[in-house]
Design a protein around this ligand. Sequence first.
Ligand code: GLU
Length: 473
Amino acid sequence: MKPQPKNQIVTRFPPSPTGYLHVGGARTALFNWLYARQTGGRFVLRIEDTDTKRSTQASTDAIFEALDWLALDWDDGPYFQSQRFEIYREFIERLVDAGHAYYCTCSTERLEAMRRDAMAAGGKPKYDGSCREKGLEKTADAVVRFRAPLVGTTVVADVVKGNIVFQNDELDDFIIARSDGTPTYNFVVVVDDITMGINTIIRGDDHVMNTPKQILLYRALDSSLPVFAHVPMVLGPDRTRLSKRHGAMSVTAYRDMGYLPDAFINYLARLGWSYGDQEFFSRTELIEKFSLENIGRSAGIFDLEKLLALNAAHIQAARPQDLVAPLKPFFKPYGFDIEDGPFIESAIRTLQPRSKTLADMARDALFYLQDAVEFEVAAARKFLKAEAREPLELLMVELRKLSEFTEPGLEDVFKVVMEKTGLKLGKIAQPVRVALTGRTASPGIFEITEIIGKDRVLSRLQAAVDYIKGTEK
Ligand code: GLU
């Protein structure tokens, strides 16, 4: 672990690798990352893989992949709990030696009967403390229990929720190590957070019930408490807990649908945090403006439409050269391998105002890349008709005279054709658009003509004229 300057904020993201990184988890990671970046602090990544039955390497890899896509980098770690058992063992001994924990040999049958009786009486199942004062030694079948206070209260001073008061007599002498020596969840979290110097814990409020137990462990271990911020859950539009029914849950699914990481983190940030009524934030702005105080008290509602609108806004705001790399994979299904350079950047620039996702952009950019376009049937039927032949042929004559294909020159050429045919620009532009793109909607006609370039423009216009001739027979 790196030395920690005094007062430096240290946050963490501790996912359990039992599935992909989902929307809620990514938001937790983001808030911790933003806070660390804003304050010049440290962001620690810890993989909570002590549940060996449910943890998988594939999930760990998927989490790394998602964090990598979101560009949430960490300063310390990744730590793996499965590699820290020696440290946990030492802490268990420390607690037993100090009298904060004790060995318990109550049989499963006895505990089960106690649980049944409590339930039958309508109460909460709770360990009766039978081994608490026995001073038992470590034996093969002994678990280690934490000696929780029997009276008083434990207060979670939460930045988001205010003070949450728990009655200590509701808290159990919970198990911190099983009879096989493996430590339990709340215990390892606290040991890790203490030894990793974590002083700010931002996590989902589904963990708030664990926090009083964790606070008792901090006290028993003579450690100062971190700041806690429990963030309300993310819900679907129907206000039930976010699930597959509401859309893709896995973060990388959004990458594969053509979302930009900066748009996605912008959306995640707004799902539970606000800054006036501002919706669009660049990554830098989020780092600047994020604050624990502005985390909302009510649940964030996941709204795909909003996410899509933000994605469109981020695509529009991006520099074309920054879109080339993320766009590349979206050409694969069409069999195109685009090369970096001014051609693709110009094409991207024309599509930025009209693309909601990178998948849209790739689909709409195909006409730039194809050798010859295929006319959409309805478009050709509507616009590649006999009356379009003359303006198209005239345009070819005029275009051949142009040595340089730039917008002002092209505009002049279209004017000449308008004058000679007496047609308005719209009447000429639509057939040209279908000729050049195969479709009835595209970026501006002059800009696409310029980008497609003289040779290909002329051969496409010729193909359209040939098509018209074919229909005239
Ligand atoms: N591993 C827990 C989870 O994935 C997080 C625990 C914590 O933040 O304290 O939900």
